[in-house]
Design a protein around this ligand. Structure first.
Ligand code: AMP
Length: 606
């Protein structure tokens, strides 16, 4: 099987990882760095991506796109509040955002595809083989169109996206938490520009998102800004120099602030140094971790509010959280770790590199999909409904689409014809109302003893295991006889086929429902005709001949109407027949009660 890579397509940085000898590892580029800045720039020599593009952020901001993830799957209206943050130009075409780069405009998936292509090439160079399949992560709060836009980006980059998984789920997978089988997990993700908190529930190896919260404009960059402001104020006071008039120096201040902040995660004090313009020499400033912490305390505290809200939404108290996972470069700050630990009352997982943990988890998921990691459960949902064909060629769903697997469901069925000696179990997959429009997966026959229609009780059980294997068991509840079959519903089914089947179900919904209603009306009419004919045979002597004649007329009318195409007309004739045959029905019932129950009478049947 072709190798599947795991990709963290981040707002600020992106990474690609793969499974090597049972362990996930990230792939570095020629510069030894694993992170590819999620930046695309248009230069005179064409488009460039990553580190080289990042250098253009200050040089040609209007031709350098960053944070494109914020625009994935959105319309211009959705992001009005964001526009002030971005120097590049956005327009809209057909409800989809377009980003202007030089003379051309690009959609967010096209820009993301450039980043993905860079990661794909990096993986190909490292592994010496062509890479065409990937698992890509997205924030847990991404909606369908944002997820679809991410898939589109993969497709444009020449990658088949086998699965889109949630970033907090990936982080949990990287720590192997799925092996614990149960528990609640808080994933605290503080990156450069965004903060996300997700509360997950793990049950039998399946992760469910209970709540998410966060702040889309809070991250390490804000901490850098606090520190940079301190330096700028200091320089103004010491040298009477306002650096805001010097864009290059402003950028240098910001970068030095970030470097000093990063150093203070490891040491207790450091010295920040900067070259000043106009021959003013060199600025130096000593800084302690305590000083940094008091400067940034408010920002760190601002992450705790969303954590409390997410806990509240999940209906949990902090001490009900079993595991805390840290994601994002800013969680290396000792103050951040301490505050998270204080809130949840447990030591968070931070053994793995917080910048890499999401990509590593994506590689674990990729490995599960390629069948490499067999002792882990597959985290999946059924993409299409599974069910059986019932009388008249109608699909009866047993497990609905998007059910998390492993999953199981039972339904009771019966026979429609007197003396039937077997029932055909035809297993179907799809969203359409009629069996013939769905995918046929398998069929088998269960023998039943001949009995009147409606008497046998056949229990059909569908079970899908963690590997997506479907087991269908049909059991005759009277005799205990059973028969089963195993199929793999995903076999030979591509993502595009799944999408087409779902689209078709919307496209043909109205026609399908009418067809189903007609079939059901005809079946019900058929059953009523049969029972009325039987009643006439058994009970003609019990009622007046006028009533018999009226019943026969209504019966003939329904028999003719049954072959019509309007289910409402059939139902109306059924109601007529039921009304005409009411006396006959009551008479037969009273007759059998008189015989069976010592003369107790009913006067009316409702
Ligand atoms: P991410 O978006 O997850 O790559 O996170 C990037 C952010 O993490 C930037 O704001 C970095 O300054 C910050 N960061 C990286 N390493 C450290 C560190 N050792 N201490 C504090 N912040 C860091």
């Amino acid at each position: 099987m072709a190798r599947i890579v795991g990709i963290d397509l981040g707002t600020t940085n992106s990474l690609v990882a793969y499974m090597a000898d049972g362990r996930p590892c990230v792939i570095s580029g020629r510069n030894e760095r694993a992170m590819v800045p999620s930046v695309v720039a248009m230069t005179d020599n064409g488009l460039i991506v990553g580190d080289a593009a990042k250098e253009h952020l200050t040089r040609s901001p209007e031709r350098t796109v960053y944070s494109v993830k914020r625009f994935m799957g959105k319309s211009l209206e959705d992001v009005q509040g964001e526009l002030a943050y971005f120097p590049y130009h956005l327009t809209e075409q057909g409800g989809v955002i377009r980003i202007k780069l030089g003379e051309k405009t690009y959609s967010p998936p096209q820009i993301s595809a450039m980043i993905l292509k860079e990661l794909k090439q990096r993986a190909e160079a490292h592994l010496g083989e062509s890479i065409t399949k990937a698992v890509i992560t997205v924030p847990a709060y991404f909606n369908d169109s944002q997820r679809q836009a991410t898939k589109d980006a993969g497709m444009i980059a020449g990658l088949e996206v086998l699965r889109i998984i949630n970033e907090p789920t990936a982080a949990s997978l990287a720590y192997g938490l799925q092996q614990k089988t149960q528990g609640t997990i808080a994933v605290y993700d503080l990156g450069g520009g965004t903060f996300d908190i997700s509360i997950l529930k793990l049950k039998n190896g399946i992760f469910e998102v209970l709540a998410t919260n966060g702040d889309t404009h809070l991250g390490g960059d804000d901490l850098d800004r606090q520190l940079a402001d301190l330096f700028l104020k200091d320089i103004r006071e010491r040298y009477g120099l306002d650096l805001s008039a010097y864009p290059d120096h402003m950028q240098a201040v910001r970068l030095e602030a970030e470097r000093a902040k990063v150093r203070l995660s490891d040491v207790m004090k450091t010295t920040a140094t900067l070259d000043l313009p106009d021959g003013k020499g060199r600025y130096e400033r000593d800084l302690t971790r305590d000083q940094l912490e008091s400067l940034t305390m408010n920002l760190v505290e601002r992450t705790l509010g969303p954590c409390r809200l997410a806990l509240k939404d999940a209906g949990l108290t902090p001490n009900e959280i079993d595991e805390v996972v840290l994601v994002g470069g800013s969680t290396r700050m000792p103050l951040v770790r301490q505050r998270v630990q204080d809130l949840f009352g447990k030591v968070p997982h931070c053994e793995l590199n917080p910048d890499e943990v999401v990509a590593l988890g994506a590689a674990v998921q990729a490995d599960i999909l390629s069948g490499g990691t067999t002792d882990m459960l597959l985290l999946d949902v059924t993409p299409l409904s599974l069910g059986i064909e019932t009388m008249g060629g109608v699909m009866s769903s047993v497990i609905r689409r998007n059910t998390t697997i492993p999953a199981g469901a039972k339904e009771m069925f019966t026979t429609y014809v007197d003396g039937q000696t077997g029932v055909d179990i035809h297993i179907l997959q799809g969203e359409r109302e009629l069996a013939k429009d769905n995918r046929s997966l398998a069929r088998f026959r269960l023998k039943v003893p001949p009995l009147p229609a409606g008497v046998p009780r056949i229990e059909v059980t569908f079970l899908i295991d963690a590997n997506g294997i479907l087991n269908v068991l049909a059991k005759d509840m009277r005799t205990g006889q059973s028969q089963s079959i195993e199929v793999k519903p995903s076999y030979g089914l591509s993502d595009s086929e799944v999408e087409r089947m779902i689209e078709d179900s919307f496209k043909f919904a109205v026609d399908d429902v009418s067809a189903r209603k007609l079939i059901e009306a005809r079946l019900d009419a058929g059953a009523l005709i049969t029972t009325t004919e039987k009643s006439l045979l058994e009970g003609s002597h019990l009622i007046a001949s006028d009533d018999i004649a009226a019943t026969r007329t209504a019966l003939a009318v329904l028999t003719a109407a049954k072959d019509g195409t309007d289910p409402r007309a059939i139902r109306a004739r059924m109601a007529d027949l039921e009304q005409a045959a009411k006396l006959l029905t009551v008479a037969l019932l009273n007759d059998s009660l008189t015989k069976g129950l010592q003369g107790k009478k009913v006067s009316e049947v409702t």
